[in-house]
Design a protein around this ligand. Structure first.
Ligand code: RP5
Length: 162
């Protein structure tokens, strides 16, 4: 889903992150959250990252998700340029994502990044956490989130093993 005034920006360091980050896109779409997905790098396109993030709050964005792998500085750099909540998603890498996790989670005090799990679970949960943040002042979205949780619970309770 694309929108001129996205509530959520899903940023990733490279197009190669899309296979995983499409799960964040799908999750936000499921909740009808206006969002955009962009591939920009903290290292390869630092100016474009700064321009996008600096304008985000003024354009009505409320949460930024930032995914990157390896020396994953993207979420931290994004957080340095905005007061919006930033959710970091570490991508799998040459070191299986451990480098990405540590690069994303180990922020110095003063500039927080809310870091999710490595890979697909992190992508989905970043989107769900963004929904939960938006739901604080959107009763309809809160109802949708409750329904999602109820359906998930029901699915687990109805699971039968071979
Ligand atoms: C990071 O480097 C990206 O987020 C990606 O996870 C990783 C590798 O990027 P590519 O070399 O595949 O473009 O910036």
């Amino acid at each position: 889903m694309s929108d001129q005034n996205p509530k959520v920006i899903v940023l990733m360091g490279s197009k190669s992150d899309w296979d995983i980050m499409q799960h964040a896109d799908e999750t936000l779409t499921r909740f009808d959250v206006p969002h955009v997905c962009r591939a920009l790098s903290a290292h390869r396109t630092p100016g474009a990252v700064m321009d996008l993030v600096s304008a985000a709050e003024g354009n009505g964005t409320e949460v930024i998700i930032a995914a990157a792998g390896g020396a994953a500085h993207l979420a931290g750099v994004v957080a340095a340029h905005t007061l919006l909540p930033v959710l970091g998603v570490p991508m799998k890498s040459a070191l299986d994502g451990l480098d990405s996790l540590l690069s994303t989670v180990q922020m110095p005090a003063g500039i927080p990044v809310g870091t999710l799990a490595i890979g697909k679970a992190g992508a989905i949960n970043a989107a769900l956490l963004a929904v939960a943040i938006l739901a604080r002042k959107d009763a309809g979205l809160r109802d949708q989130l409750q329904k999602f949780r109820d359906e998930q619970t029901e699915k687990v309770l109805n699971t039968t093993l071979p």
